[in-house]
Design a protein around this ligand. Structure first.
Ligand code: NI
Length: 182
């Protein structure tokens, strides 16, 4: 496995629509998925999309929140599709490996159905909510050239990590932006 260089905001590879993958079982795709997992873990990320490592193809990795004491295995999703379940949305601060040092408040669907193809070429599907639903929406957005600031509804709520606690305190003040903070 190899650590891949991460594309940062402004690089055109992050702005295009990624191509569907014909054969997820190919050696090339196996290697790409393994490298993306290693790159994500090295960067302490909880998700990564192929365009972030300069590959314009529809592959994402998501690290589900741990169930119990065991760390969950990363999800490897080829050609993923998601659809919202219900009308509920949540707001929470997100970061992105391609936008280091910044966090922004992003509304996302609370619950999504997902379907994809796994590394063995099998169709898989499920329903995700909470943090995993947010990760999947963030990563699938990368496949369509969308970065989290493009989903924000109030750019005052984009902050450097060191200022994030100050921003959250301001949000809670009378006259601040209010709302829940995740
Ligand atoms: Ni990202």
């Amino acid at each position: 496995m190899t650590l891949r260089k991460i594309a940062r905001m402004g690089h055109p590879v992050l702005l295009g629509r990624a191509a569907a993958i014909d054969d997820p079982t190919s050696a090339e795709m196996r290697r790409l998925a393994a490298d993306m997992i290693e790159t994500m873990q090295d960067s302490q990320g909880i998700g990564i999309a192929a365009p972030q490592v300069h590959e314009g193809v529809r592959l994402i990795i998501a690290r589900p929140p741990p169930a119990g004491t065991e760390p969950a295995a990363p999800m490897v999703l080829f050609n993923p599709e998601i659809s919202p379940q219900g009308e509920d949305r949540d707001e929470a601060f997100e970061g992105c490996l391609s936008i280091p040092g910044l966090r922004g408040l992003v509304p996302r669907w609370s619950r999504v159905a997902w379907r994809a193809v796994d590394p063995e070429g099998m169709r898989i599907e499920g329903v995700a909510e909470g943090l995993l639903a947010r990760i999947l929406q963030h990563e699938v957005d990368h496949l369509d050239g969308i970065l989290f600031p493009m989903r924000m509804t109030d750019l005052r709520q984009l902050a450097f990590e060191r200022e994030l606690e100050l921003l959250k305190a301001w949000r809670a003040e009378p006259g601040g932006a209010g709302g829940s903070v995740g």
